[in-house]
Design a protein around this ligand. Sequence first.
Ligand SMILES: [Zn+2]
Length: 170
Amino acid sequence: MFRIGIGNDTHRLVDGRPLVLGGVQIPSMRGAEGHSDADALSHAIADAILGALCEGDLGVHFSDRDPQWKDSDSLHLLSRVMWLAHERGLSVVNVDATVMLEEPKLRPYVLAMRENLAATLGVEVGCVSVKAKTGEGIGTVGQGVAIEAQAVVLLNGEVTESTSDRATSA
Ligand SMILES: [Zn+2]
């Protein structure tokens, strides 16, 4: 059975925070504000997987009030979400994601992001697409106020009973 999920994530950009995307730390004057490492790309993909599982969103599983997740590595959160999928007998077919950020240019870092994400998701690099766009100088992205990420994920496998139960009761 196939299951599809969609995810998106937004973080405010502030001075003095690291900019982490797909587990890659990117040299930048400003970084994303957040409780964890604020990796918007990993968060959007994790949300897409949780969506495919009918399991709510990241906030349900990793509360931003829980000190356990303070400054945590979002690839670690993503691997826990992946474990949830594997537990239901589902694995990733492919992911397509877009990061919206005005600066810096992300293209030099995209392959490293894809490699990190593919390793975490247990798929080949060719199954993880990451696209980088700007906000064309308008809106919160274009004015450098925010970073956004969107992701779609397709899962495949034998859906176990617990997934169907949760899907109907959610
Ligand atoms: Zn986030």
